[in-house]
Design a protein around this ligand. Structure first.
Ligand SMILES: Cc1ncc(COP(=O)(O)O)c(C=O)c1O
Length: 429
């Protein structure tokens, strides 16, 4: 099928067939192909406001506040919602017939689409509910002994640290925390930080691909190469990097990875992916028991019971939607949204940015603070005076600040308003 036809039957096709969502004017929009756009470079397209205005119309954000907290989850575009809702009606109509006779093939088809998108084999991934579930399947399932060590960082996500602590309490695994620099001069600074935590007892590194607190992208491939040379496995929390940074899971050469699909892939809420490198599957215990399958069958890890498979229909549409925009194009746009406003404050005497300036080290997310004031006060100021929703991070040892996360539907005028608001905050807080 031609890319153009694919887009018409995929993104636009489903867009025009739905019910309640049809009322939205964005339904008429198509996503032009690269040829139709007449813009060759992703960096040029990132500043093409006409193109992004049309994408914005494919979402339906509430008008009563400015959402600069797309980091919690990215809403699904209307074609994705439509596929999910239509799927719900169809699956309910077919009821147990679907579950008993059609669901398995459909699950395998979705697994294949997602695996192709991630650049790995369908026999290496499961569709889960989110990153938290995926990472717990990995962490709780690792076959470790008392005294074995796991290295993690001072900027990992709280739920993963809790999963690691449970592993420590239950099995006597030793946790070693390392500090990663907020503004590294080179990849080596970050690799060296993880390397410093490794001892002869180290079995695994736990690495956050894009730090949720600051938006910092860590050089995962280099960390994996260093760790593997010492016989250490690497577990990657890619909650924020997947479908945000332009990469394939196979590029990382990690051993295990978890991500959420409702973050940057804009799938329906409640979907995640678990990746386990083929030769590591046999040794990993399931969180849900399944002894019936072969030890090296990834499906042994997803005995998850009855699930909302209409979400999977939305997921397949989300993959088509992402591909229609292009990974490089989306990443460039998200980076541009970051630098559009952060560049105002890089040399400011009171405004502090805890996100690296180097474009290779950030995407959409940034962390901002006012020297001498706290994150809660700034977050409240932005919301109460300017209706800007953000994520204040209060009392973190190294990354306190207000997290600002624009998303695909963010217009530049929202960021202009943010700049005005931070300027005002720096005068009064
Ligand atoms: C780095 C990181 N890991 C894991 C998660 C958890 O994601 P979820 O709630 O979708 O499981 C988040 C959520 O923001 C995160 O930022």
């Amino acid at each position: 099928m031609e890319r153009r036809d694919f887009l018409r039957t995929g993104v636009l096709g489903s867009a025009v067939m739905g019910t309640g969502l049809l009322a939205h004017p964005a339904r008429a929009a198509d996503i032009p192909t690269r040829f139709e756009r007449g813009v060759e470079l992703a960096a040029d397209l990132s500043k093409d406001e006409t193109f992004w205005r049309d994408r914005r119309r494919e979402f339906a954000p509430a008008p009563d506040f400015i959402n600069l907290e797309y980091g919690y989850f990215c809403p699904a575009p209307l074609p994705v919602l439509q596929a999910e809702q239509k799927g719900s009606s169809e699956i309910n109509a077919r009821a147990s017939y679907f579950m008993r006779r059609e669901m398995r093939d459909e699950l395998e088809a979705t697994r294949s689409d997602l695996a192709e998108f991630a650049g790995v084999s369908p026999d290496e991934i499961c569709i889960t509910r989110n990153t938290t579930e995926s990472m717990n399947i990995i962490i709780q399932g690792l076959d470790l002994e008392e005294g074995d060590e796991i290295v993690y960082s001072d900027q990992d996500y709280g739920s993963m640290v809790e999963a690691l602590r449970q592993k420590q309490e239950r099995f006597g695994v030793v946790l070693k925390q390392v500090s990663i620099p907020l503004h590294p001069k080179s990849d080596d600074d970050v690799v060296a930080a993880f390397e410093a935590g490794i001892s002869p007892r180290t079995k695994a590194l736990h690495v956050t691909h894009m730090v949720n607190l600051t938006g910092h992208i860590l050089p995962v491939r280099k960390i994996c190469d260093m760790a593997h040379a010492k016989g250490v496995e690497v577990i990657v929390d890619s909650a924020h990097a997947f479908a945000h940074v332009d990469y394939k899971v196979s590029d990382l050469n990690c051993d295990y990875l978890g991500t959420s699909l409702h973050k940057w892939l804009c799938s329906p809420v409640g979907l995640g992916m678990l990746y386990v490198k083929k030769d590591k599957i046999a040794k990993l215990w399931g969180l849900m028991g399944d002894t019936a399958r072969d030890d090296d069958d990834i499906r042994k890890l997803e005995r998850l019971g009855t699930r909302p498979y209409n979400h999977h229909r939305g997921l397949r549409e989300a993959i088509r939607y992402h591909d229609a925009i292009g990974s490089a194009e989306k990443y460039e746009r998200l980076r541009f949204l970051n630098t559009y406003w952060t560049s105002h404050f890089r040399d400011h005497d009171r405004v502090v940015l805890k996100t690296p300036e180097d474009p290779a080290r950030h995407g959409a997310i940034a962390n901002v603070g006012i020297r001498g004031s706290d994150a809660k006060s700034l977050g409240e100021f932005l919301y109460d005076r300017y209706s800007i929703l953000t994520a204040p991070i209060q009392s973190h040892p190294v990354a306190s600040g207000v997290r600002i996360t624009p998303g695909l539907p963010t217009p530049l005028r929202h960021l202009d308003r943010l700049v005005e608001a931070i300027d005002a905050a720096a005068k009064v807080l």
